[in-house]
Design a binder for this molecule. Structure first.
Ligand code: SAH
Ligand code: TYD
Ligand code: ZN
Length: 412
């Protein structure tokens, strides 16, 4: 069997044995929002992750086929948050300043979504291509003047792109590479597509944030991999690539921006060595670390259910804030239904009027929040805490309190 023929507990990167360390139960697809009259999804899967005993890669044990996750009705719109728009605009400007300076530069983005990054590249008149299988968001990108193909990126799409457009100076992916179960095919595709001195830059949720920050709600069907510098370095080496930079970025509660180049093509930045040694010191990939994480998450579930139960018994009203994919994980794992949290507010029009998958919490627009304010707001979009709490300042002034559950349950 090759690493690509993943089945059971075999590592998708190296074929090694994956040891399970947390099971969050049967779950629907996290972004599969339902209409109120719709029955629950027929497709449930066991949401459990483990670490490869050989290359350390943390990954889902079972997976949902990609066609169930990415389709014409994909709910996540990257341009939904002001901080995301700013971040990707800066990213585009940085590429334009540093890597896309040759005679006719070319950048490919894997998972360009609604064109939040490539919109700025297109506006600068630089050659680009977005690869985006979810047609609804791809159409939004196209309307911004972004050139986009509605495909799943893999080695065969990479070959087609190379044949049509030549090699790429930059291949970029944000919050996408960890979604792709056939990662071996992606890396082989990069070998075809990257220019000799080209780079592959990807920004993804960090294993360190998951473990130390107890961000267990980052675990859901779309997040197949939970990268660390250690596992990314090992993965790159297997495919003739080298980890040449690794930067902490504040997105989604704490991510790493990895840069890979062809082995030997670029001098690794000192940050790579530092991060690798930091991960060793923190024992990030040790079995005991994973076991402790699993126990602590169980305690968070108990604490959160106890708090919500007490508030309900005391006649307090609790409303959810934000219906991110994370909300599906927490509510289904903890068994939080409309009896405890009657609805959640979310600014994404495509989610409003729908139900959170599995737990069936109705999603309402943010205007429902103040109509009238609840006593407590359970903050599911905790990675946007600053933006949301600032925007909803009147809620606190009116005596409302925020409930956080990551990294521990507390009321503020
Ligand atoms: N880059 C954006 C969007 C991330 S959402 C951001 O950071 O906010 C992940 C996106 O990856 C979705 O739009 C999904 O349709 C797309 N995607 C999933 N699998 C893919 C694949 N194999 N190739 C290209 N895009 C993929
Ligand atoms: P996000 O954390 O970006 O993604 P994921 O689904 O990957 O966990 O999702 C943020 C959600 O929070 C999104 O559904 C929009 C919502 N939101 C608001 O309702 N109000 C806000 O002010 C912000 C910033 C986000
Ligand atoms: Zn492995």
């Amino acid at each position: 069997m090759t690493a690509d023929d993943h089945s059971g507990h075999t590592c998708r990167v190296c074929g090694g044995k994956v040891a399970e360390f947390i099971d969050l139960g049967q779950q629907p697809t996290a972004n599969g929002f339902l209409l109120p009259h719709e029955a629950d999804q027929v497709f449930l899967f066991r949401l459990a992750i483990g670490a490869c005993e050989s290359c350390t890669m943390v990954q889902l044990l079972d997976e949902v086929p990609q066609e169930f996750r990415y389709h014409a009705d994909y709910r996540y719109h990257a341009s939904g948050s002001a901080s995301h728009r700013r971040h990707f605009q800066h990213n585009a400007e940085r590429f334009l300043r540093t890597e896309l300076t040759g005679p006719d530069p070319f950048i490919v983005e894997i998972g360009c979504n609604d064109g939040v990054l490539l919109g700025s590249i297109a506006a600068a008149g630089v050659r680009h291509l977005g690869v985006e299988p979810s047609t609804n968001v791809a159409e939004i990108a196209a309307a911004k003047g972004v050139r986009v193909v509605t495909e799943f990126f893999d080695e065969s799409t990479a070959a087609t792109i190379r044949a049509e457009h030549g090699t790429a100076d930059v291949v970029f992916g944000a919050n996408t590479i960890c979604h792709i179960a056939h990662i071996g095919s992606v890396l082989r595709g990069l070998d075809t597509l990257l220019a000799p001195n080209g780079i592959f830059v990807f920004e993804e949720p960090y294993l360190g944030t998951l473990i130390d920050g107890l961000a267990f709600d980052q675990i859901y069907d779309e997040h197949v991999f939970y990268f660390s510098a250690t596992s990314v370095r090992n993965m790159a080496e297997q495919y003739g690539l080298e980890l040449v930079d690794a930067e902490h970025i504040p997105m989604h509660g704490g991510e790493i921006r990895y840069t890979l180049a062809r082995a030997g093509a670029r001098t690794p930045a000192p940050a790579v060595r530092l991060l690798l040694s930091d991960e060793r010191t923190r024992r990030m990939s040790e079995p005991e670390t994973f076991t402790t994480f699993g126990h602590t998450v169980t305690m968070i579930r108990e604490d959160l259910l106890a708090l919500l139960g007490e508030l309900k018994a005391g006649g307090k009203r609790v409303v959810g804030y934000g219906a991110p994919a994370k909300c599906t994980t927490v509510t289904n794992y903890c068994g939080i239904g409309p009896d405890l949290v009657p609805f959640v507010c979310d600014s994404t029009p495509a989610k409003q009027g729908h139900l959170v998958p599995g737990s069936r919490l109705p999603v309402r627009p943010p205007t429902a929040f103040a109509d009238p304010y609840p006593d407590y707001a359970l903050l599911f979009s905790w990675n946007h805490a600053e933006e949301i709490m600032a925007k909803e300042n009147d809620f606190r002034t009116a005596g409302g309190r925020w409930i956080h559950y990551v990294p521990e349950v507390r009321v503020r």
